[in-house]
Design a protein around this ligand. Structure first.
Ligand SMILES: [Fe+2]
Ligand SMILES: [Fe+2]
Length: 154
């Protein structure tokens, strides 16, 4: 089973995002290591919960950055984040209903998801920011999203 490791090819050039991505790969690797090392169920559960918290924090950071810069595909990107959170919830349930090794599905699934999402999704807003195409009406867009309940931060 491959280790979950951050590589320079995943670099967005936005320091806080790159730090959070490294942390997520590290958290996935910790889950995998704990299961393979025969850690207790409570330890594995704790690592899964920490991963979920780190993932949620990372998504909130990204969504705030994208909203702040008026990134046009914000809602599509938020939806992808939501689907991953739902999947993590589902995998967490399966772990609770089964044996410890079920936790390995988390690094397997999310490792692949993260590599793909960074390359296909996160790079888009990073590129948008670098190109300086910050929407003139970004304040209006933010307020519209706020009204729709799509974002809960301003
Ligand atoms: Fe990301
Ligand atoms: Fe993202």
């Amino acid at each position: 089973m491959a280790k979950s490791v951050w590589k320079t090819q995943y670099e967005t050039g936005i320091p806080i995002i790159d730090e959070q991505h490294k942390r997520l790969f590290g958290a996935l690797d910790q889950v995998q290591g704990a299961v393979l090392d025969g850690s207790t169920r409570a330890e594995i559960r704790g690592l899964l919960q920490a991963l979920v918290a780190d993932t949620r924090e990372h998504f909130q950071t990204e969504e705030a950055i994208m909203a702040h810069h008026g990134f046009p595909d914000l809602l599509t990107h938020i939806r992808e984040h939501e689907l991953l959170m739902e999947k993590l919830d589902e995998l967490g349930q399966r772990f609770e209903e089964s044996h410890d090794s079920m936790a390995l599905l988390v690094p397997t699934f999310m490792g692949g998801w993260l590599r793909h999402h960074i390359s296909e999704g996160d790079f888009r807003y990073a590129q948008y920011m670098k190109s300086g195409q910050v929407a003139a009406g970004s304040a209006d867009l933010l307020l519209a999203l706020w009204d729709q309940g799509a974002i809960t931060f301003l």
